[in-house]
Design a protein around this ligand. Structure first.
Ligand code: UDP
Length: 411
């Protein structure tokens, strides 16, 4: 179990000045009650972020809490459609799906804290709770973790009137801003925590032990993808790229994956991936590895791939970059913002492109090292948890004082 989080512990990573700035901002909203709501406590980036943000908000003097909505599986089948549609996939919505969505919202409305100052809704699953905003005097913020730039209009048409009832909306990167919503929008890219079990420095012996536990040879370089079993992460594309690389380079492939309780498609994708992996030499499929094991795998990998077809923001990408790894990432959504092509990693559009960059990095260790170093510096300057907390405090202040100059943060 991780130690309680304290802002001061991050000074060595971001500098005293940033820590001071955060304390100054936090004093302006001291004691504010913030309720975050999402739909899963484990699996996926949102749970990962909330597990760090909420304790740190409390450490700087806010009263933050994290509530998970409850819903049957059928509800998550509907919200997975929302999710895919917001990422741009055309989906059909039946009237019964929308009524199930509303019904689950009604059942969860009792979870809203009437005394909250801020209610923060993460992603589309609990979005509809805003219909109960009259139960609280809070300011409402929609924290969107998805690339909604090209959302399918049927789902967008259902969700947008709900979004317009918020006081503010936050997206990851400028490309995700929408011209058609009526609330102020803010840009706050997600972070990683350099002190978490997932990212902290590890002794070489621990890394070796993890490789041994998973029977991964330590004398053969390997390519790694870490992601939920989700088609939008293109695990089969990653395997096909590996297949092409393997023809000319002696390398292995490790895929570490898990399931989110709010994603009903995971098992099916897992089956497809394991079938394909079985056909290829030197592949290893690892399921539900703990954070230290993921950390060790990222540190031991020669190159990391994140072959996503759509991505709000790939935390797994930032994690690998922090560890000085060159990442080959799908040229999509947040990844295209995280990776400056050719400088802090490589962006690819196709399986062939991925294979080409993987081969280039594997056969040129100096290039791999230089890119890994740039990647680490980029993460250190922008994507660590204190940067995120600072940006959040600015948004809270701007929401509380819409008349102040802080609205300059809004687009
Ligand atoms: N992750 C993990 N174990 C796995 C697969 C993923 O711990 O087997 C973590 C990964 O390290 C990252 C998060 O889950 O911290 C995934 O976040 P990301 O933004 O990459 O993707 P999302 O799942 O949110 O779409």
């Amino acid at each position: 179990m991780d130690d309680p989080l304290r802002l001061d512990d991050y000074a060595p990573f971001v500098g005293e000045a940033t820590v001071e700035e955060i304390r100054l901002l936090a004093r302006q909203v001291a004691g504010a009650r913030i309720q975050h709501l999402n739909s899963t406590r484990v699996g996926g980036g949102v749970a990962e972020l909330l597990g760090r943000l909420v304790p740190l908000m409390n450490d700087v003097g806010l009263e933050a809490e994290w509530t998970v909505i409850e819903a049957p599986e059928a509800f998550f089948a509907v919200t997975k459609r929302f999710h895919n549609a917001l990422h741009g996939a055309p989906v059909a919505l039946e009237p019964e799906m929308l009524s199930l969505y509303r019904q689950v919202m009604a059942e969860n409305a009792a979870k809203l804290r009437p005394d909250a100052d801020f209610i923060v809704i993460h992603d589309p699953q609990p979005l509809g709770l805003v219909e109960w905003r009259h139960q609280t005097a809070a300011r409402w913020i929609w924290r969107c973790h998805i690339d909604i730039a090209a959302a399918d209009l049927r789902v967008w048409g259902f969700l947008k009137p709900l979004i317009d009832r918020f006081d503010a909306m936050i997206v990851h990167i400028p490309q995700f801003l929408r011209r058609d919503v009526f609330v102020p929008q803010y840009i706050v890219p997600p972070f990683i925590d350099p002190l978490s079990a997932k990212n902290r420095e590890l002794p070489a012996a621990t890394v070796q032990q993890v490789l041994k536990d998973y029977q991964i040879p330590d004398d053969q370089p390997f390519i790694l993808q870490v992601s939920r079993f989700d088609r939008l992460k293109d695990p089969l594309g990653a395997l096909r790229a590996y297949e092409m690389v393997k023809r000319s380079i002696d390398v292995g492939f490790v895929m570490a994956g898990n399931f989110a309780t709010d994603d009903p498609e995971g098992r099916e994708v897992f089956e497809e991936v394991s079938q394909k992996a079985r056909l290829l030499a030197d592949t290893k499929l690892i399921v539900n590895a703990d954070d230290t094991a993921i950390n060790a795998l990222q540190r031991a990998a020669a190159v990391v791939i994140q072959k996503s077809l759509r991505e709000g923001f790939g935390l797994a990408v930032t994690e690998a970059m922090w560890k000085g790894k060159p990442v080959v990432g799908g040229d999509t959504g947040g990844i295209a913002y995280q990776i400056l092509d050719g400088v802090t990693g490589f962006l690819v559009k196709t399986v062939e492109g991925a294979a080409y960059r993987l081969r280039q990095l594997l056969s040129n260790p100096l290039l791999a090292e230089r890119i890994g170093q740039e990647a680490h510096l980029w993460v250190q300057s922008t994507f660590l948890v204190p940067h995120y907390l600072r940006n959040w405090l600015c948004v809270l202040l701007a929401c509380r004082h819409p008349e102040s100059g802080l609205t300059a943060l809004a687009t």
